[in-house]
Design a protein around this ligand. Structure first.
Ligand code: FES
Length: 152
């Protein structure tokens, strides 16, 4: 047994091996039992792996788990409040902001950041902020509509 690190995710502490090569994405999915965050490209180009670290969105495939030690990580599993969906989740359902759903956790985490960070003022702002989140099904109009509803 080598050194362990503690990661705080959705308000809970998880102890994992201090493997210097493991990404935050792989740590979440494979070592903490939180598979809601998806792996698309694993190279920072699709946004499926988007989470929040200290309130800022990051592509978790580009961050090492060890770099998140001491930070507050939030994933899609931490968004709802018990049975009550987060307003952005509810708006994605209402406006059909997904088809296959694979990109959806990342889309929603980016959408929450989009609103929180004040980038949801116009369609152009939203498109710009959300441009790193690829949807192969082309659900962009629904995603944009969901963000506009949830920002109110
Ligand atoms: Fe991280 Fe694609 S899996 S950006």
């Amino acid at each position: 047994g080598g050194r362990t690190i503690t990661l705080n995710v959705n308000g809970s502490d998880y102890k994992i091996d201090a493997d210097p090569r493991v990404t935050l994405l792989d740590a979440l999915r494979e070592r903490m039992g939180l598979p809601g965050t998806k792996k698309g490209c694993d190279h920072g180009q699709c946004g499926a792996c988007t989470v929040h670290v200290n309130g800022r969105r990051v592509n978790s495939c580009l961050m090492l788990a060890m770099q998140a030690e001491g930070a507050k990580v939030r994933t899609i599993e931490g968004l709802a409040n018990g049975d009550a969906l987060h307003p952005v989740q509810a708006a994605f359902i209402k406006h059909d902001g997904f088809q296959c759903g694979y990109c959806t956790p990342g889309q929603i985490m980016s959408a929450v950041a989009c609103i929180q960070e004040g980038h949801a003022g116009s369609d152009e702002d939203i498109r710009e902020f959300m441009s790193g989140n690829i949807c192969r099904c082309g659900a962009y109009p629904g995603i944009c509509a969901a963000i506009k509803e949830a920002r109110e």
